[in-house]
Design a protein around this ligand. Sequence first.
Ligand SMILES: *[C@@H]1O[C@H](CO)[C@@H](O)[C@H](O)[C@H]1NC(C)=O
Ligand SMILES: *[C@@H]1O[C@H](CO)[C@@H](O)[C@H](O)[C@H]1NC(C)=O
Ligand SMILES: *[C@@H]1O[C@H](CO)[C@@H](O)[C@H](O)[C@H]1NC(C)=O
Ligand SMILES: *[C@@H]1O[C@H](CO)[C@@H](O)[C@H](O)[C@H]1NC(C)=O
Ligand SMILES: CC(=O)N[C@H]1CO[C@H](CO)[C@@H](O)[C@@H]1O
Length: 749
Amino acid sequence: MANQLLRLDRRGLVLLYIFLGTLQESGARQIQYLVPEETDKGFFVGNISKDLGLEPWELAERRVRIVSRGKTPLFALNPRSGSLVTAGRIDREELCETVSSCILKMEILVEDTLKIYGVEVEIMDINDNAPSFREEEVEIKVSEHATPGSRFPLPNARDPDVGINSLQGYQLNSNSYFSLQVRGRTDGAKNPELVLEGSLDREKEAAHLLFLTALDGGDPVRQGTVPIRVVVLDINDHIPKFTQSVYRVSVPENLSPGTRVLVVNATDPDEGINGEVVYSFRDMESRASEIFQLDSQTGEVLLQGPLDFEKYRFYEMEIQGQDGGGLSTTAKMLITVVDVNDNVPEITITSSTNSVLENSPPGTVIALLNVQDQDSGENGQVSCFIPNNLPFNLEKTYEYYYKLMTNRVLDREHIQSYNITLTATDQGSPPLSTKTHISLNVADDNDNAPTFAHSSYSAYILENNARGASFFSVTALDWDSEENARVTYSLVEDTVQGAPLSSYISINSDTGVLYALHSFDYEQFRDLQLQVMAHDSGDPPLSSNVSLSLFVLDQNDNTPEILYPALPTDGSTGVELAPRSAEPGYLVTKVVAVDRDSGQNAWLSYRLLKASEPGLFTVGLHTGEQAPPNTDWRFSQAQRPGTSGSQNGDETGTWPNNQFDTEMLQAMILASASEAADGSSTLGGGAGTMGLSARYGPQFTLQHVPDYRQNVYIPGSNATLTNAAGKRDGKAPASGNGNKKKSGKKEKK
Ligand SMILES: *[C@@H]1O[C@H](CO)[C@@H](O)[C@H](O)[C@H]1NC(C)=O
Ligand SMILES: *[C@@H]1O[C@H](CO)[C@@H](O)[C@H](O)[C@H]1NC(C)=O
Ligand SMILES: *[C@@H]1O[C@H](CO)[C@@H](O)[C@H](O)[C@H]1NC(C)=O
Ligand SMILES: *[C@@H]1O[C@H](CO)[C@@H](O)[C@H](O)[C@H]1NC(C)=O
Ligand SMILES: CC(=O)N[C@H]1CO[C@H](CO)[C@@H](O)[C@@H]1O
């Protein structure tokens, strides 16, 4: 099109010259010139002298000049060369703006002939202007989802040059999204438009920078460029996307509330609220919603309630991420709770007895128990034990069941009850343990018989006792308990002198107190052997026996009996003969008396009650001899009745009162009585005479004296005198009158 214009102009130029030639021939004096704009001052416009038909020098002579119209003259005459020249720089665009042919008219006056010539100078355009845009930068907003083919107007460029030098067209830098289309308007102007060629993706390229170039047809071509910034407007064309489709996390069950468990993250490449994601749980079961809390903005999942591995060890939740445009996506969250040793083992006594019979065989089951631990793994592995100093074993039976049983025979009398501590410990680190106690009573078995403190007892009772008098009590202890320890006393049936024992003695079955049912006569019998039985109330009962010796003690209930001299049976008084020449101290006779009692009660002393001639005769206080003897004819000093040698020679010695002396005395009596009974006695007579005949003469034999040897008893012993009793070792009598009758006193025991 530019070339076409150029061709038209050239044709015009040819026409112009033809026209000029015509003017010259007709002499119409219309002179036409063509001068380019923007020339320097003095630029040759045309040979005016020649066109006026003058010689150059005639211009001055004939006073040729340009008629001025008051405006700054654009042209001037050069009189030397006869040329019309420019008076200054000429800007066609300033003179004619966009008018395509810019012709300036002026007149030249030849004063000497007063001829006027019209001169037309056409200012020729040169490409001195580049196309330009009014905007420095253009921004175009295009929606991301604009369809290909969409058009967007672009700014027009301007070029004040004319013709070929003016704006000829536009160009767009090459790019894959946009193309340029120029639409011609009816007025010939051209409007550039941007055409969308492909789909836009804001998330790929949020803006495109294009350059629109406007070109003219000059030589060289001039151009102007404007940057076009295409901004892609976001649409919510992206769904949020979680960084993981499944979030897995393991947390220890003792995690404290408020702790962050994990962070979920969903991204959305859209812009603004289209890209802002809020998080929420979807269809969350209530138990999880109580325990976890999701921050809708940050995606942080916090623990808000306590975890308990033993209740729930796994949580599965669906989380949703939604952008401001309402698009959403989901992901899974799997939370595994890890066990921590936070449960103490538990001991459950499934069944137990609180008492076990003593003597039960080893292996008797006391309790069945079960240990448990809510924890898992090693934290839940429990072992159970008891102290090993107890007579019990703890045996594992089935899984976590244990049997507590005895491992030896128990003895209630040794240990009555046990407090068994059961300890259950798990294998966690650190381990947890629990203790429980089983108290076990050992029930009594009747395995102990009542026992008496002594193997035998001796009891004493004074003769002539009151009937029903208690004289002794026995006690037997039984180490068992209750009925098994309740002791009952009884007498083992026996006969005493043909009568049942029970007619003599009775015993209180509860207290063990013994009563005499009989008034005993020492002179009848002195001792009684009996057996007391103690038995408990067990089933079967156990018993034990003890022997008891009851000794009857003498009381002075018999009067002495004078055996010699015997009262004559004819009623006369007895006569003892003494020689007239008898010296003082002559033994006239010996009074012999006996007493059925024993001991002190049989200790006799003699006194004269009545004498016709007082002082002529005396009787020995103890001997019944009377001329008072100097010494005891029979006893050595040491043997003398009384308290040994301390009362040496005391014929009137008192009978000892204390127990010790009594016993000693009895022993001495026993000794001499035995001696008397002994045939080898120094006082000896024949057997059965007890030595009396030797001492007192042949007429004095046992027939005269009752045998009271049995009156001598040793307390605590049932020994009595017999003919075989020990020998005497007494001294010879102090008296020199060994041939005289001796007192029978020594027969008394
Ligand atoms: C989410 O993930 C994206 C992409 O990995 C990352 O750039 C962004 O920082 C993450 N946001 C958070 C809160 O971690
Ligand atoms: C058993 O012993 C424990 C600790 O020694 C004690 O706490 C508990 O009271 C006892 N139980 C009985 C029944 O005595
Ligand atoms: C005690 O004596 C009675 C009667 O003689 C007898 O039956 C019983 O077995 C005796 N008890 C013991 C333990 O010897
Ligand atoms: C009592 O005497 C008898 C013989 O007569 C004897 O067997 C018994 O052991 C004596 N008892 C005591 C306690 O001395
Ligand atoms: C500059 C130029 O070419 N001047 C010419 C103008 O015409 C006359 C004849 O009329 C010539 O003599 C000049 O040389």
